[in-house]
Design a protein around this ligand. Structure first.
Ligand code: SF4
Length: 103
């Protein structure tokens, strides 16, 4: 199980979540190992369509990121995201790290 970042993050990429994650498993929007630092150099136009992702193999389900997100983009689990109509983003989070989500 993993926490999942969903659609409200798209074109937002606030990085508050990155700074509180105890295992540094939130990455993107481009660098799969960086911690969102590249967001600082991006304009609003650059951020269009981009988002951050949680590495499902590394997330320890602590929940620290959830209250930090200003757009409430983080779901407690794959199942919660799916129930909210965000299955597409479950796959996106996995695929960003070269993983495959199997329901
Ligand atoms: Fe990181 Fe915890 Fe959020 Fe998982 S639930 S992404 S470990 S802060």
């Amino acid at each position: 199980m993993s926490y999942i970042i969903g659609s409200p993050c798209v074109s937002t990429c606030d990085t508050a979540c990155v700074h509180v994650c105890p295992v540094d498993c939130i990455h993107g929007p481009i660098d799969t190992t960086g911690m969102g630092a590249e967001v600082a150099g991006m304009s609003k136009e650059d951020l269009e369509g981009k988002m951050l992702y949680i590495n499902p193999d590394e997330c320890i389900d602590c929940g620290a990121c959830v209250p930090e997100c200003p757009v409430k983009a983080i779901f407690d689990s794959e199942q919660d995201a799916i129930e909210a109509g965000e299955e597409e983003f479950v796959h996106k989070n996995y695929e960003f790290f070269g993983l495959k989500f199997i329901n």
